[in-house]
Design a protein around this ligand. Structure first.
Ligand code: UDP
Ligand code: MG
Length: 167
C-alpha cells in the first residue's frame, strides 16, 4: 500500500459527547501520522461542498445542519489529516459502517453512533472514502501551510488580506 492522506472530522455529536480522546485513541491503532489538526466553525457553504455527493438526497438538508452543529448547539467540528499507508482504508475500518446500527459494535460508529428520531445517522466521525476523495476534501478544509508535510502540488499567491492580530 502507498502512503496517502485521509480527512477525519470529529462531528458535532462526537464533540458534544466528549468523545475526542476516545476517538483519537482508537485511531492511534492505525499507527498513522497526524499531519494537521484544527477546530472549524462550519459554514453552510463548506458543509454543502463537503457533502455535494448527497445533494439530491431527501436528507441533504438535515445532514448539512448536522455537520454545521445545529442539532448539538455547538457550531464546530475537529478536522484532522492522517497520513501513511492505506490511510483511508485503515481509518474507515476502525470507523465502521455509515449506518451506526449496522456498524460493527466495537467500531467507533458502532460504539458511539445513533440514528435520531429525524432519521439522521449521527455517527460521530467522518473519514474520506479513498485517496481521491481525500484530496478533494483536504483541499476544502485545509490550506497548504496548515499541513506539516507537502501532500499536493502548490502555487504561490500574494495576498493582502486584512486579518486580526493579538493586541
Ligand atoms: N447519512 C445519513 N443518512 C443516510 C446516509 C448518510 O444521515 O442514509 C449521513 C451520515 O452522517 C453520513 C453522511 O451523511 O456519515 C455522509 O454519507 P456518506 O454516504 O458519504 O457516508 P460516510 O462516507 O460518512 O460513511
Ligand atoms: Mg462519504
Amino acid at each position: 500500500m502507498e502512503n496517502e492522506a485521509t480527512l477525519i472530522l470529529i462531528k458535532p455529536d462526537g464533540l458534544k459527547k466528549s468523545l475526542t480522546g476516545n476517538i483519537l485513541t482508537r485511531l492511534s491503532e492505525t499507527k498513522l501520522e497526524i499531519v494537521a489538526s484544527k477546530m472549524v466553525r462550519v459554514s453552510r457553504e463548506l458543509a454543502a461542498v463537503h457533502y455535494q455527493h448527497l445533494a439530491d438526497k431527501p436528507f441533504f438538508e438535515d445532514v448539512l445542519k448536522y455537520l454545521m452543529g445545529e442539532f448539538h448547539d455547538r457550531r464546530k467540528v475537529m478536522a484532522l489529516v492522517y497520513w501513511g499507508e492505506g490511510a483511508s482504508v485503515k481509518c474507515r475500518s476502525l470507523a465502521g459502517s455509515t449506518n451506526p446500527e449496522e456498524a460493527d459494535p466495537v467500531s467507533i460508529r458502532g460504539s458511539y453512533g445513533r440514528i435520531t428520531t429525524r432519521g439522521v445517522y449521527e455517527n460521530v466521525i467522518h473519514v474520506s472514502a479513498h485517496a481521491q476523495d481525500a484530496e478533494r476534501e483536504i483541499k476544502l478544509w485545509f490550506d497548504p501551510d496548515e499541513i506539516i508535510v507537502n501532500l499536493f502540488p502548490t502555487r504561490t499567491v500574494v495576498e493582502t488580506k486584512e486579518k486580526r492580530a493579538w493586541l
